[in-house]
Design a protein. Structure first.
Lengths: 358, 358
DNA sequence: TTGTACGCGTTATCAG
DNA sequence: CTGATAACGCGTACAA
């Protein structure tokens, strides 16, 4: 037992360097344990799990019984090391609050779970810097695909995504230059449509209001659409009230009404970048005794339930949130199973839903 | 150039077993690559990343530069193998739609991301069988903690959670017998409170309506609370209209009004298990020309934005969804850092929010 | 059909 | 402070 360990050759190999380490934790049940319990080799256990057809019926039953008795759960990390497949799809989104993207995740999940994939979540909190960090740490997990909200990333993040060689689905925006796959729509076009609607309804002194932060390119696109179309129609395109550093809440929307009315007293319509703000604004108008839409028209964006039940019901743009997730999932599955992807860039339809508020 | 590399000792071993395998994929950059590029050992690269203080300033800079140049991203799976730490927290929830739990996930994430954990999502689609499968596959990832919605699981799922030895936080319900940690409230108690409110307001012919499926124990608890309290108050406790197989939507809520009125023509108040249903019902009443609350009172559950902006505003029970997530995250962090957990079972407060609808 | 021997990329351990 | 080496648990390749 004395240690003259490590006679590198000569005595060959020799024991002694053994017992090098006994990893701390109370070690989980492994395939080897199951194998021993079933009286077979670890390899047979592996086959029983991944390729049951090639093992003998009786051996299989033996192994399956051992698995159950020992409560064996295969270690995916080890499996990932061996196969280089993680069965993980990563979703990178700004935030899960306010449920804007919750349905997208749900749709995605409904496509991917049955295929055996799990979903790893990454929050950027609407910050591009965070996004880069999140992308980096997510790549470390070796996901087999990535779904990301938006098409606007830091150069580094974009490069990381690109060189990863993974299927990447950008969503909720449209671009001529996607990293890889795309399921989106034009926020600018949607905003243009809303401006036209307001114009057609007779409104001429339009105000745009919303969160347009660095990390929220979708808000920026909507703003650009507003500016472009109001200008084209010969209206004042400069009436913009940004809500920076505010959270996406009814309260924020309500407060904005006062600010906007003092800044643009003659405004006859406000176009909000989100239904949440718009709903808060409608509520505030009621408190102020302003009639909607006679005294002030209000439009939102998103197509949430809230738009429908509001009184007056809210004019909004409906985005097929869940469908975006489903399509993204389908694209990924095609790519992952080497099926030729017919259309790598899918444009989903937004719908202007006229309400009583305009 | 012929390959007689690796003559491990005498002639023994003999080659031949070499070139055993060249894993398919275009192999990613590894620590060894970085090490070579920086002219150090892989171990030093590892230290530079995980324990920068112990490496020489100049060596560190050298390594960091190589990391950047090669765009090296450490492989978490390998790290997990070596350390037995995954830096993953799993969240198991029924569904992300309708945003009920989205804020909980958000709150959890806000606590855990800064601590370097990532979030793995598992959807059960409101089915206990699914839950067990999800638990199993999630355990395979070796998460360091689990947050799960609900306290009602299949015996197997419960056992899996228990023997995993991981910190497990059950949420959104209350129980005397949690698996481990708990952040919840009594759905039954909340329903009782709502019944009392309705009673105090003078309503006597109450109807309970909601989704009470096998996998949704929270709905069941609310129902039990309704039954218990109506009975205690000497009211008819049998007026129950279940919405099975329906999705959580305004439409479902609206349709229920007609069904309920034909089944219980004299009903004077409906208590819905969700604000979504209640909002749909209010909308439907308006269409039918029913006055709320004079002809029919309506109450919801959840405390969503929708309750506040509805006209009439909705009486509801507000659940601190985000706070539940934050508290769960805090509990996990305490456990994971071995800090003594002062209170492993945290009761959060629900609030009855009186509205104009009752 | 089953078993044996690597090797995946990282970190813990121990020797310099 | 740095380097060499042995695990971690599984799947692939090949031999039996």
């Amino acid at each position: 037992m004395l240690l003259h360990d490590e006679p590198p050759d000569g005595g060959q190999k020799d024991k002694v360097t053994r017992k090098r380490r006994r990893r701390t934790s109370p070690r989980r049940v492994t395939m080897a344990d199951v194998a021993k319990a079933a009286g077979v080799s670890a390899q047979t256990v592996s086959r029983t799990i991944n390729n049951p057809d090639v093992v003998n019926e009786d051996v299989r039953l033996l192994v399956e019984d051992a698995i159950r008795r020992l409560n064996f759960v295969p270690n995916f990390a080890a499996s990932q090391m061996a196969t280089n497949r993680s069965r993980i799809i990563a979703v990178i989104l700004p935030s899960l609050s306010a449920s804007i993207f919750a349905n997208t995740v749900q749709g995605l999940s409904s496509m991917l779970l049955p295929a055996g994939y799990q979903i790893l979540l990454g929050h950027t909190h609407y910050s591009n810097e965070q996004e880069e960090a999140v992308v980096r740490s997510i790549l470390g997990r070796g996901p087999e695909g990535i779904v990301i909200i938006g098409t606007t990333h830091t150069p580094n993040a974009r490069q990381l995504l690109q060189i990863s060689g993974l299927p990447v689905v950008e969503t909720w925006e449209w671009t001529r230059d996607p990293v890889d796959l795309l399921v989106g729509y034009s926020n600018e076009g949607a905003a243009v449509e809303m401006v036209r609607h307001l114009y057609a309804k007779g409104y001429r002194r339009l105000v745009f209001s919303g969160v347009v932060e660095a990390g929220d390119a979708r808000g920026q696109s909507r703003l650009r659409g507003f500016q472009a179309e109001t200008a084209r129609l010969g209206l004042d395109a400069s009436r913009i009230h940004l809500l920076e550093g505010c959270d996406l809440s009814l309260k924020t929307g309500g407060a904005s009404v006062d600010a906007i009315r003092s800044r643009y007293p003659d405004a006859d319509a406000i176009f909000y970048s989100s239904d949440i703000f718009a709903a808060g604004a409608v509520q505030q108008c009621r408190k102020l005794g302003l009639r909607v839409p006679e005294d002030l028209a209000i439009a939102g964006f998103g197509g949430f339930d809230i738009a429908e039940i509001l009184i007056p019901s809210l004019t909004t743009i409906r985005i097929p949130s869940r469908q975006i997730g489903e399509l993204a999932g389908r694209l990924l599955l095609s790519k992952l199973t080497k099926v030729a992807v017919e259309a790598p860039h899918i444009r989903v339809d937004y719908t202007l839903v006229p309400g009583e508020s305009t």
